[in-house]
Design a protein around this ligand. Structure first.
Ligand code: IMP
Ligand code: MG
Length: 189
C-alpha cells in the first residue's frame, strides 16, 4: 500500500506485497507460453486442485494457445493425526476419465509436498498418458518430500502467504496479489 491509498480490505497495511499483480501476470503468461510450446500436438487436460488453484488456473489457461479441456478435483486433509502422511480425502472427484490424456495438475503452492505426492500416486492409477505439475508457488524450505514439479511460478521463503486464490480461514482468496501478513494474528477471519 502506498501513502496516498486508503486502507481497504485488499489494500490493508497488515499485508505486505510479496508478489505484485503485474509480477504474477507476467510470470503466468510465461508459463502459459512454455506449456504451449511443450504440449503442441498432445491431448492436453488441465486439472485444477480446489479451491486454492482456481485463480491461477483461470489465468493460466488463457495463456495456453492450444486446444485443451479442464476438470477439477476437490481435496481436503484428513484429521491432524494423519496429516503428516499427506493422506487426503477426495471431496469432489473428476468428472471424466483421464485415459490417454496428457495431464497437467495445477496447484496453488507446494509446501510440505505431501498433498501433491499423494495426488501423483493417485493419478498414476488413472491411465493418463502423462502427468506433470504446475504450481504457482514453491516453499523449498518446507518440503518433507520432493515432488517433480515441471512448472513453478515463484520460489518463496518460508512465510505464510495469502491472495490470488490462497486463503486464511477461507478469506483473502480475492486479492489480485500475493500478500504476506506482517502480523498473522491480525488477519481477518
Ligand atoms: P502441502 O501438502 O503441505 O504441500 O500443502 C498443501 C496445501 O496447504 C496447499 O495446497 C495450500 O492450500 C495450503 N498452504 C500451504 N502453504 C500455504 C500458505 O502459505 N498460505 C495458504 N495456504 C497454504
Ligand atoms: Mg490447496
Amino acid at each position: 500500500m502506498t501513502a496516498n491509498q486508503t486502507a481497504t480490505f485488499i489494500n490493508h497495511p497488515n499485508l505486505k506485497v510479496l508478489l505484485s499483480e503485474e509480477q504474477i501476470q507476467n510470470r503466468v503468461r510465461e508459463l502459459g507460453e512454455q506449456i504451449t510450446r511443450d504440449y503442441a500436438g498432445k491431448n492436453l487436460e488441465l486439472i485444477g486442485v480446489l479451491k486454492g488453484a482456481f485463480v491461477f488456473f483461470s489465468d493460466l489457461i488463457r495463456h495456453i494457445d492450444l486446444p485443451l479441456s479442464v476438470d477439477f478435483i476437490g481435496i481436503s486433509s484428513y484429521g491432524a493425526s494423519t496429516k503428516s502422511s499427506g493422506e487426503v480425502k477426495i471431496t469432489k472427484d473428476l468428472d471424466k476419465s483421464l485415459a490417454g490424456r496428457d495431464v497437467i495438475l495445477v496447484e496453488d503452492i507446494i509446501d510440505t509436498g505431501l498433498t501433491l505426492n499423494y495426488m501423483m500416486t493417485n493419478f498414476q492409477s488413472r491411465d493418463a498418458a502423462s502427468v506433470n505439475i504446475a504450481a504457482l508457488l514453491d516453499k523449498p524450505e518446507r518440503h518433507q518430500i520432493e515432488v517433480p514439479a515441471k512448472y513453478i511460478g515463484f520460489t518463496i521463503p518460508n512465510h505464510f502467504v495469502v491472495g490470488y486464490g490462497l486463503d486464511f480461514g477461507e478469506r483473502y482468496r480475492n486479492l489480485p496479489y500475493i500478500g504476506m501478513p506482517e502480523n498473522p494474528d491480525e488477519l481477518f477471519k
